[in-house]
Design a protein around this ligand. Structure first.
Ligand SMILES: Nc1ncnc2c1ncn2[C@@H]1O[C@H](COP(=O)(O)OP(=O)(O)OP(=O)(O)O)[C@@H](O)[C@H]1O
Ligand SMILES: [Mg+2]
Length: 319
């Protein structure tokens, strides 16, 4: 049994007409102590997938399928049980670190709060543990910084605080939603190194969400490529990079920044809105391998080899 088994996860928003599906039958497994990457351009449903795992979907949305964590389907849990799991067993670093911290509370208070709620620590013990956690995430002079407010810290330091809060209860699964997007390149790699180190030390699994396949190549063991709410390809990272079998993955690979001065080849066009998907394959409008039949019926997600799935009629021919 895997730590997490996501099966046919579908997320819809209530609209005045028919429900609007924004995530459509996503499947993936996360094993213990692995880094799993969820990749795709803006708007493809990565954050909503993560929020579904946390039981934090917006009010006007609903989820179908199943999310089995340690043998329990989270979608069938009552909010109360989900509350005791959230932050303790599954924790998340949210996409906007600047807005996720409370500006009027010291960072020490914010870390301590998780520990008093979930671990039943006294306030005093929780504050001591907060200092220790700041040290774990490599914040210099933690005894001093624990008393500071978020605005007194740089973006990279705030992200470290977010990580400290997320790992406070030693979760089995840590979700990091674009943890480095707002940061400059040097800080980016420091944060990713920190996350890797924590994963090793604590034996947790990491769900790493990013639009950047470059980050995946260096940090993840296995990855899912999402497009317009669909899973387009799912494979081990080595296989994905050496043997991509979906034109969307190829497009993302070609748009990874390489050396300075080497021009990138971005994928032409933009992700269609969920209510304006083209007929047939959702990527057909932007695909350079498209055939007429691709525009008629959407291809299914199919295994091309063991552990490697792709959604493309031409998966065996192109390259
Ligand atoms: N509260 C909401 N109401 C209606 N539609 C929403 C809501 N939140 C998200 N969506 C839509 O769901 C789709 C997926 O959104 P999501 O935030 O999961 O994308 P994402 O892959 O995380 O993108 P990004 O890379 O920009 O963070 C988008 O088309 C978005 O417009
Ligand atoms: Mg997002």
């Amino acid at each position: 049994m895997s730590l997490l088994e996501v099966r046919n996860l579908t997320i819809s928003f209530a609209t005045s007409h028919t429900p609007l599906k924004v995530v459509n039958k996503i499947i993936f497994d996360i094993e213990e102590a692995m880094v799993f990457g969820l990749v795709g351009e803006s708007g493809c449903g990565k954050s909503l997938t993560a929020l579904a795992l946390m039981g934090l979907l917006p009010e006007n949305s609903s989820a179908g399928g199943s999310i089995v964590f340690k043998g329990v389907d989270l979608l069938s849990l009552k909010e109360r049980s989900m509350q005791s799991l959230r932050g303790k067993e599954i924790a998340m670093i949210f996409q906007e670190p600047m807005t996720s911290l409370n500006p009027v509370l010291t960072i020490g208070c914010q870390i301590a709060e998780v520990l008093t709620t979930h671990e039943g620590l006294s306030r005093r013990a929780a504050m001591d543990k907060a200092v220790e956690l700041l040290r774990t995430v490599k914040i210099p002079s933690p005894e001093i910084r624990v008393k500071e407010y978020p605005h007194q810290m740089s973006g990279g330091m705030r992200q470290r605080v977010m990580i400290a809060i997320a790992i406070a209860c030693k979760p089995s699964l840590l979700i990091a939603d674009e943890p480095t997007t707002a940061l400059d390149v040097t800080i980016q790699s420091q944060i990713l190194t920190l996350l890797q180190g924590l994963k090793e030390e604590m034996g947790m699994s990491l769900l790493l969400i990013t639009h950047d396949l470059g980050i995946i190549s260096e940090n993840a063991n296995r990855a899912a490529i999402m497009y317009a709410g669909r899973l387009m390809e799912l494979a081990d990272v080595k296989e994905l990079f050496s043997n991509p079998r979906n034109p969307y993955t190829l497009g993302l690979l070609e748009s990874i920044p390489r050396e300075r001065g080497v021009p990138l080849t971005p994928i032409p066009g933009i992700v269609p809105r969920p209510d304006e998907l083209p007929p047939g394959c959702t990527f057909s409008d932007r695909c350079r391998f498209v055939r007429d039949y691709c525009r008629e019926k959407e291809p299914e997600l199919e295994a091309i080899s063991r552990g490697h799935l792709t959604r493309c009629y031409r998966a065996k021919e192109f390259r």
